[in-house]
Design a protein around this ligand. Sequence first.
Ligand code: SPV
Ligand code: MG
Length: 292
Amino acid sequence: MQKKTSQFKSLLHSPDVQFLMEAHNGLSAKIVEEAGFKGIWGSGLAISAALGVRDNNEASWTQVLDVVEFMSDASSIPIMLDADTGYGNFNNVRRLVRKLEQRGVGAVCIEDKLFPKNNSLLDDARQPLEAIDVFAGKIKAAKDTQQDEDFCVIARIEAFIAKWGLGEALKRAEAYHKAGADALLIHSKLSTAEEILAFMNEWQDTCPIVVVPTKYYTTPTSVFQEAGISLVIWANQLLRSSVAAMQKTAAIIHEQQSLLGVEKEITPVKEVFRLQNTDELKKAEERYLPPT
Ligand code: SPV
Ligand code: MG
């Protein structure tokens, strides 16, 4: 099996548009892989929400690292971790990259905002941007630190989110590409792909482009392919579907004071055991424990 870093790099450079699906713990990472996806988006929003905190760096970077380690152990496809701003300056980014490589994470994405960040989809949130040269330094530090040549560093441009416009987005794209980014993530929260397509129209196609169509979800995938986008991230749909399922189950059990109304609707315990790879332990017991 190819290294996760190499798997990710191939995805990024595939001629066809490719996809990452969000996961936020070991179980969801495994579900993403079983669904047939070739890569995982370790979403900061989904990981923090699953931990019961806000997407404002309330979970510490080592707490995120622990979650992503479980995700990595539970899957054999690469994870691209959403590492927000890199949790500090260039030096924090260097340590982060070392730890991600040690834990089998295929790629990291850092965004050009200030720590602690606000989620990009929040209405009316402050979205101050990092100075271009400071952020370019973080990208350079990440690239200089990686030991595995296939480890990818993705620079995320928040110029549209901060309402600084296309000119600023292109200026930042150029600077981050020059600093050594393996790909650029250009984010937008409009309900159409207008900003993204305007960016693609001007971008000289010097490195792969990644997008997150959470808000412009009605855009057909063929539009992304035709625009030359390399990677599309489905950023939070597993977290959101699990929230709806849990709320429904909890309400029914609370209302009916019984399990009768849900048992047939929910995943059998047997399926949970399968996802945990329980059979493997049974076989290992036969091999390593004395016979009973
Ligand atoms: C995430 O999934 O955490 C992201 C994408 O960073 S967004 O929520 O749109 O900022
Ligand atoms: Mg995020």
